[in-house]
Write a protein that binds this ligand. Structure first.
Ligand code: IMP
Length: 431
């Protein structure tokens, strides 16, 4: 097994962190290949809860190397705070952590640009995490970003900062003095960041390909999800990076064949934070119940998540754009106690039955799901570890999800702890 990508199949927050955490001990290297601290992975191990935003979930595993790939954007302040938190938990990520020198920095100016743009959108706001992610990727594509490699040479870095502030300062209406002031402040922050992180910055692509060539297994940890992907997501209500499995190659500096197998992670229902349509959105009462039972609050922003029924149209789309080999279903236990559970199998759109996910957000907003309804289960499933111990209705539900998505379900998760997991059927990913 050379490489495995673990990716989100819905609108994020599927529980990828837990799945990566489960798999990590079998891997030599775990790579985050996109996004920044907009992600939030909550990992519970030995009763200890840690919320990670940028660092791969594997930092909890001594002996596993963690890499922040070139596809990521790094906020120096947030990154330092996260390193502190991990160290306070008694872990020393430093020795096993590598930052790609080609990753870009997020600066204060990016948050300012984002706040301006969101306010100009009015009702059509994206509902971003307001962490400057989008504008940092814009500056990367605009060829004026500051990369971690620039931290090695102060003059070069300051030159890039001056140009960046001149361009962005125009948009923000900054005076020449303000531009210089912002460039100086950013430089001081990057100095502080470099002091701690410079020794951890290097050629990540070289390290990852070296590990693969030596026969080591590499896990590519996705952030966000297919429906938030910049190309394939529900544009414009998306993040600004590649969240599909192919992004693992681009965002890590390896060839596509290195990403050998693709594991999708989906909740037994689905959630979304921020704006944009979600056809299977639940009624207020069902939504409130799932938020409460599933603790559905954004790990990065604390916002309550919008909840919807499992959408097989979305999952089949995800299967196509990710190239899924296997599926892990998480949070099955959150559905305990529902008398009936719904799954969208197709949509009705302008009087027609459609089975493919539309590109146009207005069309997605007009889609009405055609549901298949399943009986709920009475016995709690929290913490169950064997298929045969699940209520019959829960097994029927999993079988139906497998049939409707066309992807083998090889893991079901029944709680936040590592141990609350059920292996199901043959897998080429799970031991
Ligand atoms: P951004 O990534 O902050 O630009 O936000 C763009 C959209 O992606 C918003 O709807 C966010 O709520 C959503 N988003 C970004 N990261 C995550 C995540 O980790 N989980 C869920 N939604 C996310």
């Amino acid at each position: 097994m050379p490489g495995v990508a673990v990716v989100g199949t819905q609108w994020g927050d599927e529980g990828k962190g837990k799945v990566v955490d489960l798999l990590a001990p079998g891997f030599h290297t775990v790579v985050r290949f996109g996004g920044g601290h907009n992600a939030g992975h909550t990992v519970v191990a030995d009763g200890r809860k840690l919320v990670l935003h940028l660092l791969p979930s594997a930092v909890l595993h001594p002996g596993v190397r963690s890499v922040i790939g070139n596809g990521c954007v790094v906020d120096p302040e947030a990154c330092l705070a996260e390193l502190d938190e991990v160290e306070a938990a008694g872990l020393d990520p430093g020795a096993r952590l590598l930052f790609s020198e080609r990753a870009h920095c997020i600066l204060d100016v990016h948050r300012e640009v984002e706040a301006l743009e969101e306010s100009l959108r009015g009702k059509g706001e994206i509902g971003t995490t307001r962490r400057g992610i989008g504008p940092a990727y814009e500056d990367k594509a605009g060829r004026r970003g500051v990369r971690l490699a620039d931290l090695r040479d102060r003059d070069q870095r300051d030159g890039r900062l001056a140009h960046l502030m001149a361009v962005r300062g125009r948009l923000l209406g900054w005076s020449r003095e303000r531009q210089c002031e912002e460039a100086r402040a950013a430089g001081a922050l990057l100095d502080r960041f470099a002091e701690r992180v410079l020794p951890l910055i290097g050629d990540a692509s070289l390290a990852i390909t070296g590990a693969l060539a030596a026969g080591h297994a590499v896990l590519f940890e996705g952030a966000q999800a297919a429906l938030l992907d910049i190309d394939h997501g529900s544009y414009p209500f998306v993040t600004s990076s590649s969240a599909v499995a192919a992004g693992a190659a681009v965002g890590s500096g390896v060839g596509p064949a290195a990403v050998g197998r693709v594991l999708g992670v989906a909740k037994a229902y689905q959630t979304r934070v921020g704006g944009g349509p979600m056809p299977t959105e639940m009624t207020e009462a069902d939504n409130a119940r799932v938020v409460r039972r599933g603790n559905e609050y954004g790990a990065s922003t604390g916002r309550p998540r919008r909840c919807g029924w499992f959408d097989a149209v979305v999952l089949r789309y995800s299967r196509r754009v990710h190239g899924l080999d296997e599926l892990a279903i998480t949070k099955l236990d959150v559905l305990d106690g529902f008398s009936r559970i719904r799954v969208a199998v197709r949509y009705r759109l302008d009087g027609e039955s459609v089975s493919e996910f539309p590109a146009d957000p207005e069309a997605i907003g007009r889609c009405r799901p055609e549901y298949r309804t399943f009986s709920g289960w009475r016995r709690p499933t929290g913490g169950v570890t064997r298929m045969e111990d699940l209520p019959r209705e829960a097994r029927v539900y999993l079988d139906a999800l497998e049939e409707l998505t066309g992807v083998p379900i090889t893991l079901a998760s029944t709680g936040p702890d590592r141990l609350a997991s059920i292996r199901r059927g043959p897998s080429r990913i799970f031991p």
